[in-house]
Write a protein that binds this ligand. Structure first.
Ligand code: SME
Length: 158
């Protein structure tokens, strides 16, 4: 029974992405401004999934600097390799953290955050920003989020 519920939950999330992605594509269509497009993307994601925090950090002068986000106020600057965001930047890959307390060096912008996914954005093979999503619940992110969020951030042009 528990397994069935898990499967239902996963299908439901995939369905949500399936309907959301074309809406975000339409929202961004014809607009080239990066900040405007990031702002609408995080607003659409927050609205759909009701996550605790959704936002971008942009690489500036070898630091991650807070960009458009939805949710409570957050840390403005993150150094290379620091926290989940800095680790994703350094490793050039998506990181899924089921329990932030078990991630060494996790930066707690809010003590309410329990699980997290960070997706890097690339330009010419270099990480230029990361998308960070936090949930108040443990173990909220999986490969469905990874695939879909990686697809979504490719809509942004640097
Ligand atoms: N938890 C992140 C910091 C950013 S906030 O969660 C918005 C990290 O460890 O990199």
């Amino acid at each position: 029974m528990a397994e069935d519920l898990t499967i239902l939950h996963t299908e439901n999330k995939a369905d949500q992405y399936r309907s959301l992605i074309p809406q975000i594509e339409a929202l961004l269509y014809g607009e080239t401004d990066l900040v405007a497009n990031m702002a609408n993307m995080v607003a659409a994601l927050k609205e759909q999934f009701k996550w605790f925090w959704v936002g971008f950090y942009l690489v500036k002068d070898n630091e991650l600097v807070l960009g458009p986000f939805q949710g409570p106020v957050a840390c403005t600057r993150i150094g290379p390799g620091k926290g989940v965001c800095g680790a994703s930047w350094q490793q050039k890959q998506t990181l899924i953290v089921p329990d932030v307390e078990a991630f060494p060096g996790h930066i707690a912008c809010s003590s309410l955050s329990r699980s997290e996914i960070v997706v890097p954005l690339f330009s010419d093979g270099e990480v230029v920003a990361v998308l960070d999503v936090d949930s108040e619940l443990l173990d909220q992110f999986d490969d469905t989020d990874k695939q879909n969020l990686e697809q979504l951030v490719k809509l942004l042009r640097f």
